[in-house]
Design a protein around this ligand. Structure first.
Ligand code: NAD
Ligand code: UDP
Length: 334
């Protein structure tokens, strides 16, 4: 059944790919974003792929009256909430900005939802809420919030807790917390890739900037970790698979709080990522080994069994698909 969905952060990387899946499935989509970390041209890319251009609200979540106005006009069935700051290192230097933007922004959203009777929300959480665990394979039943190394991760943890508290106060409220592992890749049309404003922190966007000559070389942060090739291992998930995870979550929303890992279940090392990129491109990437980056864990990955069992969702694309689509994106966005 077609629903009216408000996508916050919908001109961003994951939000825009999810908007494409929603529109392709026949849902009506409106986007709220302040364009802090995205570009208005993304709306044209969404239209190029789907033939539909979502209604766009350039509104900041910190503008409470503006957010409420969007809801009063919108008559939404559900919200998918991507908007937020996401740079781990920056959050250490600017904790107040991170708490204000991510937590206060979410409170404004929830108040507008309450005022207009919108009862469904899917929230972009992160594997970072698991902090440090004894096992590197993260399961939804593990305790969260302990040993978090940065304010960004704590904003995700706090927002999860706020949503749990709110669902107790309103038993009709339907919340899905999606804990993403490492989203990578782009839409196969070579559109809607991860192209942050400023110098990227994450591995794949950094590789992309080196490949198109905007940055001189990739620094591999540490090759002396206790892993097979000495570099850190993560669970990389193609952004289209991730977007489809939101569709599955929307279809299975129910009263109360549901929590799912969205990952492939398979770890890949930094060196394996670089090799896969070089293989796809047919050319070596300028790179060197640098010291470890503070706060990095040697390895972790998702146990995705719950999403498979309950949402009937699992990843379908692999690292080679990621590299093909990333190269297509680079070719179109030199
Ligand atoms: P992104 O930066 O591309 O998208 C976020 C969007 O939110 C941007 O378009 C930005 O302009 C907007 N935004 C930020 N603050 C806002 C505000 N106050 N009001 C309105 N709009 C605002 O990031 P992304 O990679 O697409 O991530 C989406 C969500 O997923 C974020 O919440 C992020 O924390 C979470 N997440 C991302 C990753 C990842 O590696 N990309 C991993 C786990 C979780
Ligand atoms: N990484 C790297 N060089 C970079 C950026 C990242 O070697 O320029 C490594 C980083 O140390 C980590 C992995 O790549 O082991 C994934 O990092 P990213 O920041 O993309 O994701 P996260 O730290 O959130 O897992």
């Amino acid at each position: 059944m077609s629903q009216r969905i408000l996508v916050t952060g919908g001109t961003g990387y994951i939000g825009s790919n999810t908007a494409v899946e929603l529109l392709s499935a026949g849902h009506e989509v409106e986007i709220l974003d302040n364009l802090y970390n995205s570009k208005i041209e993304v709306l044209d890319e969404i239209e190029q792929i789907t033939g539909k251009k979502p209604k766009f609200h350039q509104v900041d979540l910190l503008d409470e009256a503006g957010v409420t106005r969007v809801f009063k006009e919108g008559n939404f069935d559900a919200v998918i909430h991507f908007a937020g700051y996401k740079a781990v290192g920056e959050s250490v230097d600017k904790p107040l900005e991170y708490y204000e933007n991510n937590v206060t922004g979410t409170l404004h959203l929830l108040k507008a939802m309450r005022e207009t009777g919108v009862k469904k929300i899917i929230f972009s959480s992160s594997a970072t809420v698991y902090g440090v665990q004894e096992s590197p394979e993260y399961v939804e039943t593990m305790q969260t919030g302990g040993h978090l190394s940065n304010p960004y991760g704590r904003t995700k943890y706090f927002i999860e807790e706020i949503l749990k508290d709110y669902s107790v106060a309103d038993p009709e409220f339907q919340v899905c917390l999606l804990r993403y592992f490492n989203p990578v890749g782009a839409h196969p049309a070579g559109l809607l890739g991860d192209d942050p404003n400023g110098i990227p922190n994450n591995l794949m966007p950094f590789i992309m900037r080196v490949a198109n000559g905007h940055l001189p070389e990739l620094k591999i942060f540490g090759d002396d970790y206790p892993t097979e090739d000495g570099t850190c291992r993560r669970d990389y998930i193609h952004v289209v698979d991730l977007a489809k995870g939101h569709m599955a979550a929307l279809d299975h929303l129910k009263p109360g709080v549901s929590i799912y890992n969205l990952g492939s279940g398979k770890p890949t090392s930094v060196k394996e990522i670089v090799t896969a990129f070089e293989r796809a491109r047919g050319e070596e990437l300028p790179k060197s080994i640098a010291p470890r980056r503070s706060g990095d864990l040697p390895e972790f990955w998702a146990n995705p069994a719950k999403a498979k069992a309950e949402l009937n969702w699992q990843t379908e694309l692999d690292i080679d698909d990621v590299m093909r689509d990333t190269l297509a994106y680079i070719a179109k966005h030199a």
